[in-house]
Design a protein around this ligand. Sequence first.
Ligand SMILES: Cc1cc2nc3c(=O)[nH]c(=O)nc-3n(C[C@H](O)[C@H](O)[C@H](O)COP(=O)(O)O)c2cc1C
Length: 345
Amino acid sequence: MTESGQAHRKNEHLALAESNFRRTPPTSSLNDIRIIHRPMPEISMTEVDLRMSNMDFNWQYPFYIEAMTGGSEKTGEINQQLAVAARETGLAMAVGSESIAIKEPAQATSFQIAREVNPDGFLMANIGAGHSAANAQRAVDLIHADALEVHVNAAQETVMPEGDESFYWKDNIKEIVEYVKVPVIVKEVGFGMDAQSINELAEMGVQYVNIGGRSGTNFAQIEDRRNREAPEQYSFLYDWGQTTAESLLEAQNATDAINVFATGGIQSPLDILKAQIMGAQAVGIAGHFLHTLLTTDVDGLIDEITRWQKQLTELYALVGARKASDLVNVPYILSPELKNYNDQR
Ligand SMILES: Cc1cc2nc3c(=O)[nH]c(=O)nc-3n(C[C@H](O)[C@H](O)[C@H](O)COP(=O)(O)O)c2cc1C
C-alpha cells in the first residue's frame, strides 16, 4: 500500500523526534527545582505505594507512556511495541493523534494494535481540539479507550508546513467534554500552559489538564526540519512557551478545581518525583521512552520502565512519602531563574 502524505508525516515525526533527541539530548526544566534532603526519612521502602488514583483513574504507577504515534505501517509497529511494554510493566499508555484513522480508515489498525496486544491495559485515545465531539468519540471507540487526550497545539500548527490556520477550539472542547463517555484530558504538546488558560478550561467543564511543557520533544524544531524548501525558518519559535517547570508553577497559581498531569522533558524518575511534588498527579513520558525503544528493543524498554518503577519507589522513601498525597510536604527550592519567573507572574 502506498502511504498518504499524512502517513508519511507520522514516519517523519518519529524519525526527527529521535534524531533531535540524539543530536541534543533534552535537559529537563525540572533541574531548576531542588528537593531539600532530610537525613531521617523514618520509612521503609516496603511501605511505599506508588498508586495514582482519583475518581476516574486508578493506576498502579503515576507515570505513563505518552501519546506518540500511529497512522502508518512503521508507526503501527512502534505502537505494538509500546503496548507490549505497557502491558508487561502495568503502565498506562496513550496513542498518537487518531485524526488520520478517521480520515483514512485503512490506518485504523496501526492504533487498534495497541488494544489488541494489551486488552486489559489502561489506554488513552488522542485527537486534536479542532475535531467534533462525534470524531472524538470515534477515536475513543476505535481503541476502546479508557480516557481521551485532546491536544491543543497552536504553536506546532503554526510551524507545520501543512498546519491548520484556524484555532477556534473552545466550543469544540466544551462539546467533547459533555459528549464523550470517558474522562477527557486537555493536553499541550510541548509549549506549556498558563494559569488563566487552565482556569478557563476548568470553567469549561474540563477536569483534567496536561500542562505539556517545553524542555523535551520540541515540535517547533521537528516541524521546521520537515520543511525541506525552507528548513529552520522558524528558529525564533524554538524557545516559545513555558517549560514544564514554569507550567507547573502556573498550575499551582490556577484553580484547584482541575487535576494536573505533566509531560515534557521527563528524563528520569527524579523528574517524575519533582513534577509530582509540584502538583502533577501523573506524568507522561514520550521522547525518552521512544529513544530507549529505538536504541534497544522492547525488552530494553521494559527493563528501563521496571528500573524507573523501582527507583521511584526508592525516591518516595528518600523523601519520606508513603503515598502521592505525602509529597505536598516535601520542601524544595527554585533556581534564581525559575524564582524570577514565579515572582513576575
Ligand atoms: C514522535 C512523537 C509524536 C507525537 N505525537 C503526538 C500526538 O499525536 N498527539 C499528542 O498529543 N502528542 C504527541 N506527541 C507529544 C508527546 O505526547 C509529549 O507531549 C511531548 O513529546 C513531550 O514529552 P517528551 O518530552 O517526553 O517527549 C508526540 C511526541 C513524539 C515524540
